[in-house]
Design a protein around this ligand. Structure first.
Ligand code: HEC
Length: 308
């Protein structure tokens, strides 16, 4: 029997997907903190943001949450509320933003699907179904404005097992810590990157992250972390190799599957049996040919004799 063998990249890709899904589900049980709920959009909602938000909603949300006001949401448990419903609207802006960024229950996270601005735009669209809504815009200047002279460092504190991301402005002397900057942390995967968390730097320019656990690394447990600080028009990215993953040796996925398709794996009795089989078929054919030749020879010699 021939076992269907999938090409290695496809198998690896599927495994990565499954893994990503697992971790996303694990994250979905988390809830937004009080600080997350008090987060506001950094811009005033406008007709343009609503129009963009409507498109984003139709492409990314409507399949589950349904057309607003029609109640035709997907039948999931718990249900994805209609955005017009009071259950949905009772969420603070920051809460909605957090759920869209991190996922909730069966809802996936959209942090790598739509940008932060797009997430706020979809919220601006959703708020058009709430007459009582009055927008609060985030205080300008509260989030740090980043410049290209800012240096980002990622390290691991062995004692507290926290990941420390430090932002310093190297243009000033001595270098100044950058506070109130949003930093997101990711793990680099073979395909894309896996979001871990988002934090704001404190007055010492430090953002602390819990070390993610149960993420498979390489043979020695090394993982590549990506820390990224965003501001409106600049991304500062830093990668770091840290030994915080679960050691995993990449296995040749075909090794266990090929039964006798590989010479080295075939037991000697299978090889003997196979060769004997082939040989006996050849011998039988040769024997039959020989007999046929004999019949013809006999026929030829008979012709010369008179038939009695
Ligand atoms: C795969 C289906 C699915 C998609 C796609 C989806 N959601 Fe959800 N969403 C859900 C489900 C299910 C819940 C309820 C989860 C729960 O309560 O455990 C939910 C909950 C929410 C909540 C929290 C509401 C509350 O109080 O329970 C918000 C906000 C939300 N979704 C916004 C969005 C936005 C915005 C999009 C598009 C960018 C989106 N969702 C796309 C399924 C989905």
């Amino acid at each position: 029997m021939i076992t269907p063998i999938l090409p290695k990249p496809i198998v690896t890709f599927c495994c990565t997907l499954l893994l990503a899904a697992n971790i996303a589900v694990a994250q979905n049980s988390k809830e937004p903190s009080e600080a997350d709920k008090l987060r506001y959009a950094p811009f005033k909602f406008t007709e343009a943001s609503v129009n963009n938000g409507k498109q984003i909603y139709q492409q990314n949300c409507q399949s589950c949450h349904g057309e607003p006001g029609k109640g035709n949401h997907a039948k999931l448990d718990p249900i994805p509320y209609d955005p017009v419903s009071s259950e949905f609207q009772s969420n603070a802006d920051g809460e909605m933003f957090w759920y869209v960024s991190n996922g909730k229950g069966q809802m996936p996270n959209f942090s790598s699907v739509i940008t932060e601005t797009q997430r706020w735009e979809v919220i601006s669209y959703i708020r058009t179904f709430n007459d009582k809504y009055v927008q609060i815009v985030a205080e300008q200047g509260k989030d740090a404005v980043l410049t290209s002279s800012i240096k980002l460092e990622v390290e691991m504190n062995q004692d507290s097992s926290k990941i420390i991301v430090t932002l310093t402005d190297t243009l000033t002397s001595p270098p100044q810590p950058v506070s109130n900057a949003r930093v997101s942390l990711w793990v680099e995967r073979q395909f894309g990157k896996l979001p871990i968390a988002e934090q704001q730097t404190n007055n010492n320019g430090i953002a602390l992250f819990d070390t993610p656990t149960d993420i498979p690394g390489n043979e020695t447990g090394m993982l590549t972390l990506i820390a990224q600080a965003n501001s409106q028009n600049l991304d500062i990215v830093q990668k770091a190799q840290l030994g915080i993953g679960t050691p995993t040796s990449p296995k040749n996925l075909l090794a266990d599957r090929a039964i006798w398709a590989v010479n080295a794996k075939a037991p000697i009795w299978v090889i003997t049996l196979y060769l004997t089989g082939v040989l006996s078929v050849l011998l039988t054919i040769a024997y039959v040919m020989l007999q046929l030749k004999k019949i013809r020879d006999l026929n030829c010699s008979n012709k010369s004799k008179p038939i009695l």
